[in-house]
Structure formats: C-alpha cells, structure tokens
Design a protein around this ligand. Structure first.
Ligand SMILES: Cc1ncc(COP(=O)(O)O)c(C=O)c1O
Length: 431
C-alpha cells in the first residue's frame, strides 16, 4: 500500500499496522500513516528527519506549540510526586488548584468543575447533569436540541446531538437516542423556526447543545454572537439548560480565552478539553453554574451525580493544565490568536473566487476553505507536506487550527499550502 510520506518507513510502523486500528480510516484503501517521532514548538518531525508545521495543532490541542519547556517541566515534577491517584473520596492539589483557576477564568457562576479524560465523556457528563438536574426536581425531560453541522464527539450520546444527516455518524440514525435538530438562529427565518420547534417540544427537552461561534468537525462553520444570545433567551423562556461545548473553541482559539465571552452569554454548563492541558495530556471537564450544582444537593443518595471516570482529574494532566494557564498569563497567547486571524485573512484573500471554492472563513486561529468537492485526502495531504505543512482536510473543508505561537512566516506557509490544496480541488482539474 502506498504511504502518505516518501522514503523508507520505520519497521515499527509496519509491525504496528497489523495491530493498530487507526481512527477515521478505511484500512483497505487508506495510505500508510505518517510516522512521527518528535514534536517541538510549532512543528512535528517525521521519521525521515523532516520537520512539518503542525497546521492542526494536533487536533486543536497544542496551543503553545509542542513540548513547551514550562509544560514538560510541570509534568516531570508531578510524575516524581504523584502520577495518579483515584479521585473517589480523594482530593489532590493539582485538581483543586485547577478547578479554582477555571472557576476564576470562566464568566458568571460557572464554578463547579467535574473532571473527565476525553472531550466526548465531558459532553456525556454535561448531558447527564442536564437530565438529572430536571429529574431531581421531579421533571422528566430527557431529550436535547442540537444543531445542523454540530459535532460533539464519537460516543453514543454525543453522536446523537451531532448533525444527524451530514455527520459521519449518520448510519447510526434510529439506533441513537432521538434528539431534535435545527438550524442555528442566525437570521429571522431560522429564529422563527427554532421558536416554533421549542414551543412544540420544550416540555420533553432537558437542554440545548451548541459549539459557540465556531462549529468544528461537523462543517467548520462560523456564526455571530447574536445566535448565542437568542439561545440564552429561549432557554430562559422554556426552562432549558444551555450547554456550550467549548472543547474546540476554548483556550484562545477564537481570539478570546473562551468563545462565550464574545457573546456575553453565560451557559448553564460548559465543556472543555483539547487545549486544556496545552495539548500534552488527555483531560476534560464539564463546568456547571451554581443552581445546577445545588440541584444535586439533598439528603437522598440518588440525587447525586453517579459518574466517575477512572482517570478523572489525573494529577499529571491537571499539572499540565495549570502550567498551560500560567502560559496564558505570562505569554501573549490571545494577541497571537488575533494576529493569526489578521494574517490568515490577508493571506487567503482572493481564494474565494477560485474555481470550486464555496467560501473562505476565518475566526481567530481557525482558517477554512470550503470547496465544492475535495480532491483525495491523501493527495491533498501530500501537497501540504511538499510545502512543509501538516494539514488533514476532510468533509469538504481545507482547514487550519495551528498552534497559536505561529510566526508570520509560518502562517503564510500554512495559508500557501491551503491555497495549493484549493487549486487541486478545481473541478476542471479533477475531470
Ligand atoms: C466541539 C467538540 N466536542 C467534542 C469533541 C470530542 O472530544 P474527544 O475527541 O476528546 O472525545 C470534539 C473533538 O473534536 C469537538 O471538537
């Protein structure tokens, strides 16, 4: 089978292929994956010795670049002290400190932090919190409203709130919990349609789930703050919990620490992961407002939230997250995200008129070229690598979510690779 990269491949890659089941991969037709042996600053290194700019910050995680010395030192120090301990009936300093810092950073009374290990699990926890919030008050509201082009994870409950038709999970329809889906209220027609839907169904709904400002893997779409303000108002009107999934948008990605700040909206529950640890360890959390937390206080044991992932609040991951927050205090990360928005906007100018291009979208450190139809993913990735950039287009979009520390020249290199990929998607070329 052809490999994604040229040249000899390490033996461990060939050995592993017999046993490693790759994500999102049709093994029969996909090229062999790229062997990566190291990562530093904004780059990853291939086994051949070549360095590539990590144009997706390893799935939106490495906001400070890779192997930042402050992060690695924090993890090393924690490794010698307390690598892991169960969290049931136990407390430890890295988790306590992190919860306090997150509560301080997040708006309003988003003060109660429940830790998990992956983004999907934190979304599951948020959904469970919302359903039980109502149950504890004697109301059976078990469904959610999600949005077209939404993406919230790959576990069963999270799949059910993803876009049901366009999503990679579409063939599970009918098997997943039945939820409601609507267009985001970005104009008066979609707002009216949403209001009608809620008027008809609100009594069965526990909450509304949305990725604020930028939708990720479901279509890389962007919307303004007004849509989120409408959702807050509608949730208040119908007694629904508003859940912001900030797993992708959190920690500077959209130009502010959290996307909700730009809308001036405080959701009832907010989920975080990806860049929470600066991209070095898996960690996530669902953060609830005080009235939600209080709805679980009672003399009844069954009013408690019965959830506790084995590796929740792993001390190594919490130490990394605390170190990552230090860097947001000491280095100009948010300014860098905003600079990336200006650079990508400048460097992608004119791409929207290229044949086969549907739209160019930029928000903070997220740049997207949507095309009518993508050329083969492997071909596009090879185009990027030939220009020294690691990008992985899919779902009709060529997108970059790089480390926020990219230099001006590196941002130009990423935009240049995106432009070349868009040229390769020209329908005339693909005939
Ligand atoms: C908005 C959003 N929610 C949830 C998830 C799921 O996170 P994880 O892959 O860590 O389970 C993702 C991952 O891409 C995401 O972008």
């Amino acid at each position: 089978m052809k490999a994604l990269v040229d040249g000899p491949l390490p033996q461990w890659l060939h050995d592993g292929l017999r046993h490693v089941w790759q994500p999102y991969t049709q093994h029969q037709t996909a090229p062999l994956p790229a062997p990566v042996v190291a990562a530093r600053e904004s780059r990853i290194q291939l086994a051949s010795g070549r360095w590539l700019i990590d144009g997706v910050a390893s799935w939106w995680t490495a906001v400070h670049g890779h192997a930042h010395p402050h992060l690695t030192a924090a993890v090393h120090a924690q490794l010698d002290r307390l690598p892991h301990v169960m969290f049931g009936s136990v407390a430890h300093e890295p988790a306590s400190t992190l919860a306090c810092r997150l509560a301080q950073l997040l708006p309003g009374d988003l003060d109660h932090v429940f830790f998990a290990e992956s983004g999907s699990v934190s979304v599951e926890v948020a959904m469970k919190m919302a359903v039980q919030y109502h149950l504890n008050q004697g109301e059976r509201r078990t469904r959610f409203l999600g949005f077209h082009h939404g993406y919230h994870g790959d576990t069963l409950a999270t799949m059910s709130v993803c876009d049901p038709d366009r999503s990679m999970h579409a063939h599970f329809a009918g098997f997943l919990p039945a939820q409601l889906h609507a267009a985001l209220p970005t104009d008066s027609a979609s707002l009216t349609a949403l209001e009608r839907l809620l008027e008809a169904h609100h009594t069965s709904l526990a909450g509304i789930m949305v990725e604020p400002l930028v939708q990720g893997a479901g279509g890389f779409r962007m919307h303004g703050p007004e849509a989120l303000q409408h959702l807050r108002r509608l949730c208040d009107r119908y007694g629904l919990l508003l859940i912001f999934d900030e797993i992708a948008t959190g920690f500077g990605r959209t130009g502010s620490m959290f996307a909700c700040e730009q809308a001036g909206v405080v959701p009832d529950i907010l989920t975080l992961s990806k860049a929470l640890t600066g991209g070095v360890m898996p960690l996530s959390c669902a953060v609830a407002r005080t009235p939600i937390f209080e709805a679980f206080q009672s003399q009844r044991a069954d009013h408690a939230l019965m959830h506790g992932p084995t590796f929740m609040a792993n001390p190594l991951a919490c130490a990394a997250a605390n170190a990552s927050l230090d860097l947001f205090e000491t280095e100009p990360r948010l300014e860098q995200a905003r600079a990336l928005e200006a650079w990508f906007t400048e460097d992608l100018r004119g791409v929207e008129t290229m044949p086969g291009v549907v739209e160019v979208r930029v928000k903070g450190a997220v740049a997207v070229i949507e095309v009518e139809a993508l050329a083969s993913q492997a071909e596009l990735m090879r185009i990027g690598m030939a220009q020294g950039v690691w990008l992985r287009p899919f779902g009709g979009c060529i997108y970059a979510t790089p480390p926020l520390v990219l230099s001006r020249a590196e941002a130009g290199q990423v935009a240049g690779a995106m432009r070349s990929m868009a040229e390769a998607c020209d329908p005339a070329r693909r005939l």
